[in-house]
Design a protein around this ligand. Sequence first.
Ligand code: MAN
Length: 346
Amino acid sequence: HCLLRPADVQPRFERFEVIGTFNPAAVEFDDGVVILVRVAERPTESREGYVALPYWNWQRGGVASDWRRNDEIEPIDPRMVRIKSSGQIRLTFLSWLLVAFSRDGFTIDSFGEEAFLPANRYEAFGVEDPRLTRIDNRFYFTYVAVSEQGVATSLASTADFKSFERHGIIFCPENKDVVLFPEKIDSQYVALHRPSMQAHFSSPEIWIARSPDLCHWGGHRRLLGAEVAWATVKIGGGTPPIRTDRGWLSLFHGHARSDAGGVGQYAAGALLLDLDRPERVIGFSPQPVMAAEEEFERSGFLPDIVFPTGLVRREDHLLVYYGAADTATGVAQYSLSDLSGSVTPT
Ligand code: MAN
């Protein structure tokens, strides 16, 4: 079910258009669900022979664009270009985070007034892909901070989704797909993260780490990667884990190349981790449980993508919030037993 499309959201920046409302964080809030959506905007202006590369001017606090001649850049895919002289990669859009409220979980009732915009040098190319976890009475979200310094993961928190507190970078570049567990285990916070090395000794895989305070992370261990046969290119954490009788349950994404070329497909599976020792994998789905099927998942800015980033439990079923085709936000319902039943022991 498609929950939100670009046409539903007003552009935040002058002479920009919304091209994506996707990769949403979601958590129960006030008898409903609050959703933090990544909004991607790109400049509407075009200049013959040039491409616009938007960025956040953090010194002045506003959006701007670099205009590069077509012969100075090399297109990679719809998302990015490479600047030939430096080899630097730049995005064709700039992302920020929008707050949305839903009472029933399936329709948006209203939007929050306060946006979460880029604010510092580490966020000059956008803030992306939030993941929300309620810890005690505060809502924490990790998000991807993109800049010339690379792709890092930062932490912020809020009590009311009106004002936000930044806690800084928690995983330095290159690292994304960070999800926080909702409880401490052995008096320590726990997170899944996904380092992406430039030197290809390994494909990007899911790691786990612990922290005394949510800001300093150690005890890093590799959790899951190449053993997931359907994720041929890379794998990453998806939704923050929830406690179930069988273990910590979350959804993760796997990326596979497709015969059709292009970026390929993103599908998702379930992962179960031991409740007392989450470094131990109980099992994972040997086949994707979610793959692009519906029109809004199969076509868009990047076709064939489902990318789950939020999970809300409603008694014995789960609402999965996900990005579709790097364009829209979808919500799907699963029974808890179907999802955890898709997992086969390792
Ligand atoms: C990848 C994609 C993009 C994203 C960049 C930077 O290329 O996930 O959507 O903007 O990484 O995070």
